[in-house]
Design a protein around this ligand. Structure first.
Ligand code: NAD
Length: 248
């Protein structure tokens, strides 16, 4: 059987890189996406060279997940050059924090657009084909802070909580067609996104994690690999919290 095609959005970041490696290890043909633009393209090429040099053969294409038309073109290109998409990991995401009383409307809309509208923009392109072919695995990356809320992150938490409703709905729509949809909610993972948090605050966060450490990107990648496995067909509409016990 030819390799299943797996797409990971926002793939060059902290978690995306580990996910791509895990999916390659699982025998997938991985198509990564990176933000368009000259600097991002250069960084993506360096990323791809590093991945390939480490034995992880991945393709990489530009994509802004907030742009519905661009998502449509991206999927058409992947299908033309590689084949139909079997596995979609909606990983691209941003934060743009402020307490509500200081949050600008732009800040709200930007985060909704990248973190939540992207789910529709990408799933809308691949879902029908997956159903027709009788196989699909969709994993939407949410967050601990979508489960519990977080001071200063009303925009981010709203998007990450919104992912649960979206995921459960399409899980119901795909259930009889061999298409699963699940969410993964990382806790605090040792990535550049989390390393931006001031050291004192981060120490306090780690003290509140029962396992006593930050997660590693591989902790999340393993969850994604599990949910996208061919044999995970009975797991759908769920959320897998990977947070060291920080929120139960
Ligand atoms: P990261 O910033 O390293 O990676 C995010 C990626 O998304 C980047 O490659 C960025 O270029 C891309 N991106 C941003 N806007 C985009 C757009 N409009 N179109 C396409 N790509 C875009 O962050 P990360 O830590 O690897 O996070 C990955 C996912 O995991 C995010 O959805 C994030 O919310 C979630 N998450 C991370 C943590 C953590 O501890 N790092 C915790 C909970 C949830």
């Amino acid at each position: 059987m030819s390799k299943r095609i797996a797409v990971v959005t926002g793939a060059t970041g902290g978690l995306g890189t580990a996910m791509c490696k895990a999916l390659v290890d699982q025998g997938r043909q991985v198509i990564a996406s990176h933000l368009p633009g000259e600097a991002d393209t250069q960084a993506a090429q360096a990323w791809q060279a590093e991945m390939n040099g480490a034995g992880y053969e991945v393709a990489i294409l530009p994509l802004d997940v907030t742009d519905f038309e661009a998502c449509s073109n991206f999927v058409a290109t992947v299908e033309r050059d590689f084949g139909a998409i079997d596995v979609l990991v909606n990983n691209a995401g941003i934060t743009n924090d402020a307490p509500l009383k200081k949050m600008a409307q732009d800040q709200w809309l930007q985060v909704i657009n990248v973190n939540l509208n992207s789910m529709f923009n990408m799933c809308r392109q691949v879902f029908e084909g997956m159903c027709e072919r009788g196989f699909g695995r969709i994993v939407n990356i949410s967050s601990l802070n979508g489960e519990k809320g977080q001071f200063g992150q009303s925009n981010y938490a709203a998007t990450k909580a919104g992912i649960y409703g979206f995921t459960k709905s399409i899980a119901q729509e795909g259930a009889r067609k061999g298409v699963t949809a699940n969410a993964v909610s990382p806790g605090y993972i040792d990535t550049p996104m989390v390393r931006q948090v001031p050291e004192k605050v981060l120490d306090g966060i780690i003290a509140g994690i029962p396992v006593g450490r930050l997660g590693q990107p591989e902790d999340i990648a393993r969850a994604v690999a599990f949910l996208t496995d061919d044999n995970a067909g009975f797991v759908t509409g769920t959320n897998l919290s990977v947070n060291g016990g920080q929120y139960m």
